[in-house]
Design a protein around this ligand. Structure first.
Ligand SMILES: Nc1ncnc2c1ncn2[C@@H]1O[C@H](COP(=O)(O)OP(=O)(O)O)[C@@H](O)[C@H]1O
Ligand SMILES: [Mg+2]
Length: 242
């Protein structure tokens, strides 16, 4: 039996007046796959996530998640189906504790306050935020905020998680533990789409790599082979990678 695909994106396109931000993207993501997405600023990566997760309606194309056509579904319904994204800009409820922030998300899965709190605590432990459990979210350091953002997404119990630059703003010393955590979540069976600029992280985690350029799909394939591909290196990896 062929491996089951969890997500199929067909001809996905988004135009903003004159600009084609996402231009005919076609990808199939297998269940439990970790797909890296790279491309220069403005390549359309974040817009692609907004389309897949229902924050924006596509101009053209189709999105099939877990066998169901979800094209045009609102974001909350998409999230309930198990497709959850993080945002590039972190925005927790700053005066609420880390636990309360996560419990808000857990409430989507558990009706009682008590069950939601218990679930949120387990998620907090999973992302190793234990020591900030009762700290106001606004007081967390950047590395803690990144984990909190991840915890809020995980509390929705996604099958497919879309991560948009979760390593951005972390000092190098804080990156390795976060990369390890993402690898563990993947090993536990989570399917991940991973937008990231830091190539070491992309290469450490990704089973396949999608390279975007001016909205379009420049390349899709084995990450290590791709770093040898001249067109890819010139269009994106360029001097940063050389
Ligand atoms: N809501 C919007 N309205 C108009 N243009 C947008 C909007 N969102 C993104 N864009 C444009 O679409 C292009 C792709 O942006 P984005 O998806 O954020 O790229 P990336 O995440 O790869 O840096 C950019 O040119 C950006 O200015
Ligand atoms: Mg972006």
């Amino acid at each position: 039996m062929a491996p089951m695909s969890l997500l199929q994106v067909e001809g996905l396109t988004k135009r903003f007046s004159g600009l084609t931000a996402v231009d005919d993207i076609n990808i199939t993501v297998a269940d439990k796959e970790f797909l890296g997405i790279v491309g220069p600023n403005g390549a359309g990566k974040t817009t692609l996530f907004s389309l897949i997760s229902g924050q924006l309606p596509p101009t053209h194309g189709r999105i099939v998640f877990d066998g169901v056509d979800i094209t045009g579904w609102p974001a909350d319904k998409v999230a309930s189906a198990g497709l959850v994204r993080t945002f590039q800009l972190m925005r927790p409820f700053e005066s609420m504790t880390a636990l309360e922030n996560v419990a808000v998300a857990s409430h989507h899965r558990f009706r009682s306050r008590r069950d939601a709190r218990r679930h949120a605590l387990a998620v907090i432990e999973r992302v190793q935020l234990d020591r900030y459990v009762n700290a106001p979210a606004g007081s967390l350091p950047t590395a803690g905020l990144k984990r909190l953002e991840l915890a809020r997404a995980l509390a929705l119990e996604p099958k497919l998680l879309l991560l948009d630059e979760v390593l951005a703003g972390l000092v190098p010393a804080d990156r390795a533990p976060m990369i390890e955590l993402l690898g563990d979540l993947h090993a536990d069976g989570l399917t991940v789409l991973f937008i990231e600029h830091i190539m070491a992280a992309v290469l450490a985690l990704s089973e396949r790599l999608l390279v975007m350029h001016e909205g379009a799909q420049l390349a899709l394939g084995n990450p290590h082979e791709m770093t040898q591909d001249r067109a890819v290196v010139e269009a994106y990896l360029g001097e940063d990678y050389a």
